[in-house]
Design a protein around this ligand. Structure first.
Ligand code: ADP
Ligand code: ADP
Length: 229
């Protein structure tokens, strides 16, 4: 079933036509890599998927909610659809553990003991169990991004959106983050990933969208996409 569905979606920044009549359906469990030149609208596309950017026309349904309907509570969508940003966006004044437990506590009212247990399990999964009491400033970029992924997973989302998750990282840290993303993909979570990492697009993702000029230019399985020069 479709978890994210665009029908004739348009987005403008003033006169700039950033998304041009997008028709796109993302199915449950797909790992979609969105690639394309800088300024082509990839970030805009992904940010519309949890309401960080408004659309100007068309219809966008995310986990059953119509995102342009004023009656839709965007928090419900954001509960279902997590986001991992290029620059991590961690809470700097909270520890790593608190970064992960905060939203489940406030939004989901998760019991403290269970919340702590889930967070610690996730920190183990991303290889940072020993950093639970650190503050973000004490971590490398790669470690911060792995905390951000754990934070997203703690909400038990139906999908996670990644906006250039490795673009701000030193090269030696990129692989650690990609390995965690592969773990998440292997568990069957729906992922939409704006990325320049062709290895990820080819080997982890199962769908590649080439975006340019505000439009989907190609939409293929990785083996087809990468065999066509
Ligand atoms: P990409 O992620 O592919 O680099 P973006 O979605 O960031 O592309 O940007 C698409 C186009 O929209 C670019 O021309 C960019 O300058 C423009 N743009 C992005 N965000 C804004 C904004 N908030 N206001 C005005 N123009 C924007
Ligand atoms: P990214 O490529 O990660 O989207 P950018 O530097 O393109 O980073 O954009 C950073 C921020 O500035 C984003 O919030 C984007 O919406 C905004 N932005 C991008 N282009 C423009 C623009 N031409 N005018 C105003 N805001 C913009």
């Amino acid at each position: 079933a479709a978890i994210i569905e665009f029908k004739n979606v348009n987005k403008y920044y003033g006169k700039l036509h950033a998304l041009k009549n997008i028709n796109l359906s993302i199915e449950e469990g797909q790992v979609v890599s969105i690639i394309g030149p800088s300024g082509s609208g990839k970030s805009t596309l992904i940010r519309t998927m949890n309401g960080l950017e408004k659309i100007n026309s068309g219809q966008l349904i995310v986990t059953g909610y119509d995102i342009a309907d004023k009656k839709t509570d965007l928090n419900k969508i954001r509960k279902n659809v997590g986001m991992v940003f290029q620059h991590f966006n961690l809470y700097e004044n909270h520890t790593v553990l608190e970064n992960i437990t905060l939203a489940p506590k406030i939004v989901l009212h998760r019991d403290n003991e269970e919340n702590h247990q889930i967070a610690m399990d996730l920190l183990k999964k991303v290889g940072l169990a020993d950093k639970a009491d650190y503050y973000p400033r004490q971590l490398s970029g790669g470690q911060k991004q792995r905390v951000a992924i754990a934070r997203s997973l703690a909400m038990k989302p139906k999908a996670i959106l990644f906006d250039e998750p490795t673009s701000a990282l030193d090269p030696e840290m990129i692989q650690d983050v990609l390995n965690v993303m592969k773990l998440v993909a292997d568990e069957g979570l729906t992922m939409v990933v704006v990325t320049h990492e062709m290895g990820f697009a080819r080997e982890v993702g199962n769908r590649v969208i080439f975006f340019d000029g505000g439009e989907v230019i190609e939409d293929e399985k990785p083996d087809v996409f990468f065999d066509n020069p």
